[in-house]
Design a protein. Structure first.
Length: 429
């Protein structure tokens, strides 16, 4: 080998790198990724639109379904449409997660983006859903006129009715009138993870039978359909609660404001019943009312059950709006949503009673002590499947067993789950 031929015999690699070809390949991959993301969003959007179309059709059925001269009632078809909408939501979430995983495979940034979008979309859909205000009436029913039995099975209805009790959607706010007995409108804000049947049932459970007989108004805050989104939805409400209602309001919070203005304009009196996350709805709404100058709302009493808002703070907001209003709260000592175990992340409220510590008490608030045996609205004994039975075959009420175990009642008539008066924090009075 000589210096003249050393380069040719050295085995030196030839540089064949083509930067233009590489750039074209990268551009193509970006285009494919963007196109995939576009198609993913179109598919998910289509499925969610099917859900909303089903709900809109169900709403129109209720709008035209009349019983005793009043509209707003469900039919078997409208209930099926609502069930179908929930299924579409579940499919959309699953598809979004699956396609999002494929979209972000190997790229943590894209994966996080897709996952975040998958869980926030249900929040936006629920928070901005069309307003739903319901009126529910119920008389002495041991299952609080729920459409389902305790095991989740459907209760048998009578006289061709689609649902248990008297439940109808209110389309004209002027239909909302004070009780002929108490002279008060009672409004309920439902809690987290409550489908409509549970929202209406809890409204009945947490109000007196005399009130339930005339009817409770429920501003329905539709659940997101999955636990992660539901917790994040509640977290948004909590942040807005702490910020004084300065973030965009949810449909439910706007409906509370609309009802506040309605009762004030008509010189009606309002009682409020707020469970769990429903307390945040109430708190954000009253703070917003104070900020926009909607004062002297004729709220007689605002009651909270295991709420995620701080009731002492709320009592101050309410006093600022209406000095004569009373705030009450019930918090079981084991209720992690309402008590101080959460270190201020949720309610951080004083407890008002309870016997057990390691028990689930969040759904065990009763305005009246449960009946000893299961009965329907007509006072007939029923079994665990909701079927009418003879007195000989009457069935013990599991709600009563739950009530006694969780609250440790002193006697047959005492009810330690009732809310107690809350005084505003010093300086807020």
């Amino acid at each position: 080998m000589t210096t003249d031929n050393a380069e040719t015999r050295s085995g030196k690699l030839e540089n064949k790198f083509d930067k233009d070809e590489l750039q074209n390949e990268l551009d193509y991959q970006v285009k494919v990724t963007q196109e995939f993301d576009k198609n993913r969003k179109e598919v998910i959007g289509y499925i969610y639109s099917k859900a909303e179309d089903a709900r809109a059709e169900a709403t129109e059925i209720r709008r035209t379904t009349e019983i005793d001269g009043k509209t707003g009632y469900n039919t078997e078809k409208s209930l099926e449409l609502e069930r179908r909408a929930d299924i579409y939501d579940t499919i959309a979430l699953g598809a979004n997660l699956a396609l999002g995983a494929a979209y972000g495979w190997g790229n943590n940034t894209l994966l996080s983006y897709a996952g975040t979008e998958a869980v926030t979309t249900p929040i936006i859909n629920s928070a901005t859903a069309p307003e739903q205000i319901w009126k529910v009436k119920c008389t002495q029913d041991s299952l609080y006129c729920a459409d389902n039995n305790m095991d989740g099975s459907k209760r048998p209805t009578e006289n061709g009715k689609a649902q248990i009790g008297d439940k109808r959607q209110i389309f004209d706010i002027n239909e909302i009138k004070p009780s002929e007995i108490s002279g008060v409108i009672t409004l309920s804000n439902n809690g987290i993870l409550n489908p409509l049947d549970d929202a209406l049932k809890n409204a009945i459970k947490q109000n007196k039978w005399a009130t339930n007989k005339d009817g409770v108004i429920v501003i329905y805050n539709r659940p997101t359909g999955n636990y992660v989104s539901e917790v994040l939805y509640a977290a948004y409400d909590k942040i807005n609660d702490l910020l004084g209602g300065r973030l965009p309001l949810t449909t439910a919070e706007k409906a509370n404001l609309r009802l506040y203005d309605y009762v004030k304009q008509n010189n009606y009196t309002l009682d409020k019943s707020n469970h769990s996350r429903g307390g945040l709805t109430a708190s954000v709404a009253i703070q917003k009312a104070n900020r926009i100058g909607l004062k002297d709302i004729p709220i007689r009493e605002s009651r909270f059950f295991g709420t995620a808002t701080n009731v002492k703070d709320y009592a101050g907001y309410l006093k600022e709006n209406n000095p004569n209003a009373v705030t009450k709260s019930a918090v079981h000592k084991a209720d992690f949503v309402g008590n101080k175990w959460n270190l201020g992340l949720m309610g951080f409220n004083d407890t008002t009673g309870g016997d057990c510590i390691l028990c689930y008490s969040h759904s065990s608030y009763f305005a009246e002590k449960p009946s000893e045996y299961l009965i329907n609205e007509q006072g007939q004994y029923i079994d665990l499947k909701g079927k009418i039975v003879t007195e000989k075959n009457k069935v013990k009420n599991e709600y009563l067993d739950d009530f006694n175990a969780i609250w440790n009642t002193i006697n047959e008539t005492s009810n330690p789950s009732l809310p107690k008066v809350v005084i505003p924090k010093q300086g807020d009075e």
